[in-house]
Design a protein around this ligand. Structure first.
Ligand SMILES: [Zn+2]
Ligand SMILES: [Zn+2]
Ligand SMILES: [Zn+2]
Length: 272
């Protein structure tokens, strides 16, 4: 099954809409892997993770079909990850849904509240339902099992990262977070993940509160390997980059490559 990384920017995207910084100007000039949308992912045909302001644009840009979606996991309600307005267009008269289409949104209480504020009608009218999730609760999604783990990020928003099992593989969707909380390290011990996507909002800077930067990603990789959460063969992939870090894709690659760490780009496909 493929995991497609549809967006790899922090909240304001890259280039950011109103920014004149050198990193935004240069990204716009270069295009390609330096154009970064807000974070969301497609897993197989029916699972999506996060739904920010670029989810629709990603459908067009990367040829994704959202009509079979059945499960939508939401890490936290920050607006770069949870902008549910396009889900309104599931309603009769706006879309002809496939027969027996049903989309379940999984998130914390604030995610549910913002969904209801946006929809302002029974979710059943959109062939949707919402499931309030709690940390360490295993969610059976049919083709995968997802477990929300506590993140070190915006405690008032109750952010999660997700450990997802697909067949014999485990993948970590590890934004938005700083250095993991102790309970998350304990849960991940021995997980033997094949892929871990890690927060790198601060680029090559050494920061790890709320979000991480380059040294935090390297140290997280080493700590994951030490506790058997990752192996020497695991793919460690940095993502969720802010233009404020000023490092374009090439420079991020130069920083991370000596450590065997990859840099995500929009449209990156990961086989699990
Ligand atoms: Zn974010
Ligand atoms: Zn900028
Ligand atoms: Zn956030």
């Amino acid at each position: 099954m493929d995991l497609t990384v549809l967006g790899t920017a922090a909240a304001e995207a890259w280039p950011a809409p109103f920014c004149v910084c050198e990193a935004c100007r240069e990204a716009a000039r270069r295009g390609g892997k330096d154009l970064r949308r807000r974070a969301n992912y497609q897993l197989g045909t029916d699972i999506h993770i996060d739904w920010g302001p670029d989810a629709y644009h990603c459908m067009l840009a990367f040829g994704i079909d959202y009509s079979p979606l059945r499960h939508l996991l939401v890490t936290h309600p920050h607006q770069d990850h949870w902008t549910p307005v396009d889900l309104l267009w599931r309603r009769r008269g706006f879309a002809k849904l496939p027969e027996e289409s049903q989309l379940t949104v999984y998130g914390n209480a604030l995610v549910g509240e913002r969904l209801r504020q946006t929809v302002r009608a029974p979710l059943s009218e959109l062939s949707m339902d919402y499931r309030h999730i709690r940390e360490f609760e295993r969610l059976d999604l049919g083709s995968a099992v997802a477990t929300p783990l506590p993140a070190s990020h915006a405690p008032e928003e109750g952010a999660f990262i997700f450990l997802i099992e697909v067949g014999g593989s485990r993948v970590l969707i590890g934004h938005d977070t700083g250095w993991f909380p102790e309970a998350t390290w304990e849960y991940l011990a021995g997980a033997g993940m094949s892929v871990a996507l890690l927060d790198c909002t601060y680029g090559t800077a050494d920061r790890r509160e709320g979000h991480m930067g380059g040294q935090g990603v390297i140290d997280t990789m080493r700590a994951l390997q030490e506790i058997g959460a990752a192996t020497d063969n695991s793919r460690i992939i940095a993502t969720h980059f802010s233009h404020n870090c000023l490092s374009l894709h090439d420079e991020l690659l130069r920083f991370f490559s000596p450590h065997g760490i990859e840099c995500a780009f929009d449209g990156m496909r990961i086989s699990l």
